[in-house]
Design a protein around this ligand. Structure first.
Ligand SMILES: [Mn+2]
Length: 484
């Protein structure tokens, strides 16, 4: 069962006592951020700030801030359930090989076949503000960190379409409020909207853009998911929701937005126009410097009659984007296995902000198999940005960092087991000496085979494991040894 809209989901959280209203006035300049950061760290509830200072609109934060809420947002008990559903859909005809993730996702969208439905009227257009009446200061934009370049309207869903193919894209990019009518589009180099904009500029055309805030949770999540450019986020959202997403035509741009969005901005990007964007304290835990980025002049702002604005604080992990990224990690596992079937499981530690470290377990069956997997990951979508890949054997629990560390630190001869290379790194990476590319390393922490040059007498040593019958006996007799 899908959530009808954001409000429907917030009501459920309230019923579960997993949402708290903050009823006193709170300043979206830093104060909201400090509160949210503390609540996220405690694994606390979603928050609705009823009275953000300077705006009449309530502000929902930390909506996805725990794995439980993230799963509930996508209508499942465990995030792995979605991966299982994907694997189930794909099982009859496994697309494997080079186009793996793209083909598999295409197949899932096609098999699930829950395309969006177009509606004529929509609550998100109940209130219409045009031209000089547009006022982005009515939205409770959050300045999260002292060094930020201003307030940001983050967690907005940016809609564009390819100027030549007409393929739409839905993405989640950071949005700086430059002034009452202008919003900065932080379109990183590897993102789909950036590609649309590049095509429009090459053709000397302006690019229509619509940004929706406060959509139903599956749609919001889909905007954040690193789907291949060919995959329609709304088909994917339909698959997640098991119900069609209702879209309505925008008023002034040839795009559609979710009918139940809380707030929508519409406008056209002029070719060649850039404005300094940032600084911004990002999920790396560092400020990203000012860079020139496109800036959207908003022609029309539409909204529901009593909208609630949803946003997010990012910064040094852990933050709310952690559970969102974990959802992606779990949902994409069966898709990654389409391309690299020997992968058993993987883990992207939140401290590694999803690009800095990937831990992968594999069913090793030939010499240098770990190196093959490293190279495959460095060639797979946005996972290709991974800087460190740790490969362990199938029997290692990749989510148990203690076990991973034991193997990664102990099972390595650094003259043989390191693979170093150079490749693209995340736009936000601050450590690479050049922006956009840098060095990467893979650690082969698997058991080594004689066929890959490990010629020690007796082969790889046997790990210490207790006899299973003894383990069971001790478990069963525990109360006898230690009566209360
Ligand atoms: Mn996309």
């Amino acid at each position: 069962m899908a959530w009808a809209d954001l409000r429907d989901f917030l009501h459920r959280l309230e019923k579960d006592r997993d949402l708290t209203h903050v009823r006193v006035p709170v300043d979206p300049h830093l104060e909201v951020s400090e509160i949210v950061t503390r609540v996220v760290r405690e694994g606390g509830p979603a928050l609705v700030f009823d009275r953000p200072v300077g705006s009449g609109m309530p502000l929902a934060m930390n909506v996805f801030g725990t794995d439980r809420r993230m799963a509930l947002a996508l209508g499942v008990e465990r995030l792995d359930d979605i991966g299982d559903r994907i694997a189930g859909l794909l099982r009859p005809e496994l697309p494997v090989g080079f186009g793996g993730v793209r083909d598999a996702l295409g197949k899932v969208s096609q098999l699930a076949s829950i395309p969006p439905r177009r509606v004529r009227t929509a609550p998100c257009q109940d209130v219409v503000l045009k031209g000089p009446d547009v006022d982005l200061f009515r939205l409770p934009g959050v300045q999260a960190w002292p060094g930020d370049g201003g307030a940001f309207l983050n967690l907005g869903l940016t809609h564009t379409k390819h100027p030549e193919t007409g393929a739409r894209n839905l993405g989640m990019y950071r949005l700086q409020r430059h002034d009452a009518r202008t919003v900065g589009m932080h379109w990183q180099i590897h993102k789909d909207s950036n590609a649309h904009h590049a095509v429009a500029e090459r053709r000397g055309e302006r690019l229509p853009v619509a940004i929706a805030f406060g959509c139903d949770p599956a749609v919001t999540y889909s905007a954040s998911a690193p789907l291949p450019a060919e995959i329609d986020e709304y088909l994917f959202a339909g698959f997640l929701r098991r119900e069609r997403v209702e879209l309505v035509d925008c008023l002034t741009v040839p795009l559609q937005v979710p009918a139940n969005a809380q707030v929508v901005l519409e406008g056209w990007l002029q070719p060649g126009e850039r404005r300094p964007e940032g600084p911004f304290g990002d999920h790396t835990g560092f400020y990203t410097p000012i860079e020139p980025f496109p800036a959207l002049q908003v022609d029309v702002m539409t909204m529901q009659r009593d909208p609630v604005f949803q946003s997010i604080v990012v910064g040094r992990p852990p933050q709310e984007d952690g559970p969102m990224g974990k959802a992606t990690e779990r949902i994409f596992l069966p898709l990654i296995r389409m391309t690299v079937p020997e992968i058993v499981d993987y883990d992207l530690p939140v401290e590694g902000v999803f690009h800095n470290c990937a831990i992968v377990s594999i069913q090793k069956s030939f010499p240098k198999h770990a190196q093959k997997v490293m190279n495959a990951i460095w060639g797979a979508g946005l996972l290709s940005l991974s800087k460190l890949i740790v490969v362990v054997d199938a029997d290692c629990d990749v989510h148990d960092y203690s076990e991973v560390a034991w193997r990664a630190l102990g099972n390595v001869d650094y003259s043989h087991d390191l693979l170093t290379t150079v490749g693209p790194v995340d736009h936000l990476d601050h450590a690479s000496y050049e922006q956009f590319f840098g060095g990467k390393v893979g650690i082969d922490a698997t058991r080594k085979l004689p066929t890959e040059g490990y010629h020690r007498a007796g082969g790889w040593p046997e790990e210490i494991v207790m006899d299973a019958a003894v383990r069971d006996r001790v478990t069963n007799r525990w109360r006898e040894y230690f009566p209360r």
